[in-house]
Design a protein around this ligand. Structure first.
Ligand code: ZN
Length: 201
């Protein structure tokens, strides 16, 4: 018997049989929070999977803030399902990165790990388009104007365009300040074929 097996539901710890990661009841609850949405911003699309509430909020919180890095397995499972079921065309996966020093403190960059895990699962190329060049404060308490100011100039583009369609992962979308700033620098560097996939909105 393997020491680590995923034979219990990630949420309620109920034993699993045929299911992967979540029992039937929890999967149903997860799907109740599905809010597949695609919206267009200035020249790019944003896909969003879930409402940021209930069970989904718990999942994301325990993953990011309590460093439950094993959460990338159920999350990449949900993302893969979303990409396949919605016929989303993409060739590579990138992510909105954390500031390097913050990653050292936390021990991992959740979005980086998720992008890599999803790339392995889907056979897509894992790439990294962006780097955060300074620490930014959490945006959730700020007003729209403050968010914009806080995040302005915080990303550098670290890869030149190769004309592949890249899906850029991020966790939570609120006012879109982060994706807007990332898109701005990407366009400036000549990138065109990208869109964002956010877990929750
Ligand atoms: Zn369950």
């Amino acid at each position: 018997m393997a020491l680590f097996s995923f034979d219990r539901c990630e949420l309620c710890k109920e034993e699993l049989f045929d299911e992967e990661f979540f029992c039937k009841a929890c999967m149903e609850e997860i799907e109740n929070h599905l809010m597949l949405e695609r919206f267009e911003e200035e020249g790019y699309y944003v896909y969003s999977l879930f409402f940021y509430r209930g069970i989904i909020r718990d999942l994301i919180r325990s993953w990011k803030f309590y460093s439950s890095s094993y959460m990338i397995h159920p999350l990449s499972f949900l993302l893969e399902k979303f990409i396949i079921e919605n016929n989303i065309y993409l060739e590579a996966l990138s992510y909105i990165p954390m500031y390097r020093r913050k990653k050292l403190v936390r021990g991992f960059d959740p979005m980086e790990d998720l992008a890599k895990a999803l790339a392995v699962k889907t056979g897509l190329e894992a790439t990294n388009l962006l780097r955060r060049n300074r620490s930014t404060k959490p945006l959730y308490k700020m007003k729209a104007q403050e968010r914009k100011k806080e995040i302005a100039g915080c990303f550098d583009v670290v890869a030149s365009p190769r004309f592949k369609v890249v899906g850029i992962l991020d966790d939570i979308y609120t006012t879109g300040a982060t994706t807007r700033e990332a898109a701005r620098v990407l366009f400036e560097a000549g990138h065109q074929d990208f869109f964002f996939i956010v877990l929750a909105k």
